[in-house]
Design a protein around this ligand. Structure first.
Ligand code: TNX
Length: 490
């Protein structure tokens, strides 16, 4: 029984014989009895419940591990684990997941999950044997930033869709969800003091649909759900461009004082906030309110595709926006055009234009989102009905077969924080569209971000990916069954 874990762990020693069977008389033990481990224990118990037709109890450990137990354990000095690493031991004496941090334990649990039969994912009670091969896995991520981005502005996706996306991300050990919360077509988050942003600016979408927005409670709920799964929410308010919905809601944000109509097309680059007092009050309020609801240390200020400002106006705007983000205690992120402004030393640059030769100042950290590799809104091939193709077609191999440390250009390997896969939603109106574009490619990007380069081989990944199909079926994921892969039927 070869295992098919994605992302491929750093070290895998598995015995092919005598599987261990998890049964309903097992228990989940936590050491120490912390709220984080207790929550992870409950998540594991929930995962196993339909297959076992029983809820394994979660209880503090007492003494050495002894049979019929899955132990989740923090070991601050665990030798070969790094920050988010873990060690998973499976034997006749029980199962142990040890890590330095709760996040590591969570990832160890995801690996155990991937080693169980795909039917464990079925949510309706359907008792069956939970076999897992004995062995030892030691693992840790290549990059700290393993991200996905959802564009909830071009089309709106409600809290339940976002939570489902978080669930699917965490199966593959992704840990950052960047939410593109505003664009020309819609403003998607309630901001106290600026009610028209949502009363008016949220009322449509690309193609003229109904739009929608998150109340502050919705947003807090998403943040909390993410936090419980070790995902950091990265909010983006795109300025100065991509702001038609805001300007349509508040004419004082424009230079001629006239509110433009709402926009439902897909052209980019035509809108820009006016550099005036109202705009700076607006930016300050928005950054302050969102930062106060967001425990993560990041605030994305966009900065992409501004076609109506001079280079000096653009640079001046982004410099002032960065300073506002710093004032409210978070770290700015900008799309790669932001390198044309004087960068704050804390600002992170998100590289996206495949042919841009950006030269960030020494010490600047980068998130890599090359559009020709990881833009999940690009079509797979010419037959793909959804999506765009300005950065080319991206089949699974293209998304998988590249080394972040060897991007063309002058990116220094130690400047790379990690990799993020954006999913723009001009052509995607429902969750099944999101799933179709994200899967299988999001799993490929997750392995790019996690697994050391020498352990990544397309043929091997291809075989493991084929075995995800029954898992996605069990979860009802509308994955694209690309002909590049031999999909397992069961
Ligand atoms: C470029 S990527 C954009 C988005 C579009 C996307 C479509 C980036 C920073 N800007 O506004 O939605 O292409 O692929």
């Amino acid at each position: 029984m070869a295992i098919a874990v994605i992302p491929q762990p750093v070290s895998v020693e598995i015995q092919e014989d005598d599987p261990i069977t998890i049964e309903k008389d097992w228990a989940i033990e936590i050491e120490p009895a912390s709220p984080d481990l207790e929550r992870i224990g409950r998540q594991l118990s929930d995962l196993l419940r339909p297959a076992l037709a029983a809820s394994l109890p979660v209880r503090p450990a007492s003494g050495p591990i002894e049979g019929k137990v899955i132990r989740l354990e923090l070991q601050p000095d665990l030798s070969d684990a790094r920050e988010e690493g873990y060690e998973l031991l499976i034997g006749s004496g029980g199962i142990q997941i040890a890590a330095r941090t709760p996040a590591g334990v969570f990832y160890g649990m995801q690996t155990l999950r991937a080693m169980l039969p795909a039917s464990v994912e079925l949510r309706a009670a359907r008792p069956h044997q939970l076999n897992v091969p004995p062995g030892r896995i030691a693992d840790h991520p290549r990059y700290a930033w393993r991200g996905a981005m959802l564009d909830v502005a071009r089309h709106f996706f409600g809290p339940d869709d976002v939570k489902r996306y978080i669930d699917l991300m965490t199966m593959y050990k992704l840990n950052r969800l960047h939410l593109h919360l505003s664009d020309d077509q819609g403003w998607r988050l309630e901001i106290p003091g600026w009610p028209n942003l949502t009363r008016h600016g949220a009322t449509t979408a690309v193609g003229g649909g109904a739009g929608g927005y998150y109340t502050q409670d919705d947003y807090r709920g998403i943040v909390e759900y993410a936090q419980e799964r070790f995902v950091t929410i990265v909010p983006e308010i795109d300025v100065p461009g991509h702001t038609n919905a805001a300007m349509s809601s508040y004419p004082e944000l424009t230079c001629d004082g006239k509110a433009p109509p709402l926009f439902t097309g897909i052209e980019v680059g035509f809108s820009a906030l006016c550099d005036n007092d109202a705009t700076w009050r607006f930016v300050d309020d928005v950054v302050r309110e969102i930062s106060a609801m967001t425990p993560g240390p990041y605030f994305h200020i966009g900065g992409d595709e501004v076609k109506t400002l001079t280079p000096e106006q653009y640079a001046g705007f982004m410099e002032r926006a960065q300073a506002i983000v710093r004032k409210h205690g978070t770290q700015p992120i900008g799309w790669d055009e932001i390198v044309h402004a004087q960068l704050d030393p804390a600002t992170i640059v998100q590289y996206w234009r495949p042919d841009a030769s950006i030269e960030p100042p020494a010490g600047t950290k980068l998130i890599l989102s090359p559009a020709n590799r990881v833009y999940l809104d690009m079509k797979y091939d010419a037959q793909t009905a959804l999506g765009l193709n300005w950065a080319g077609m991206i089949d699974v191999r293209t998304a998988y077969d590249w080394d972040p440390a060897r991007l063309p250009g002058s990116v220094q390997p130690d400047a790379i924080l990690g990799v993020e896969a954006p999913l723009w939603s001009e052509t995607l109106a429902a969750m099944h569209d999101i799933e179709y574009m994200a899967f299988p490619r999001l799993a490929a990007v997750a392995e790019v971000a996690w697994t050391p380069q020498p352990s990544r081989r397309w043929d091997d990944f291809r075989a493991r990916l084929g075995r995800q199909a029954p898992r996605w079926s069990a979860l009802g994921v509308n994955a694209f069954r690309t002909p590049e892969i031999d999909w397992a039927v069961r």
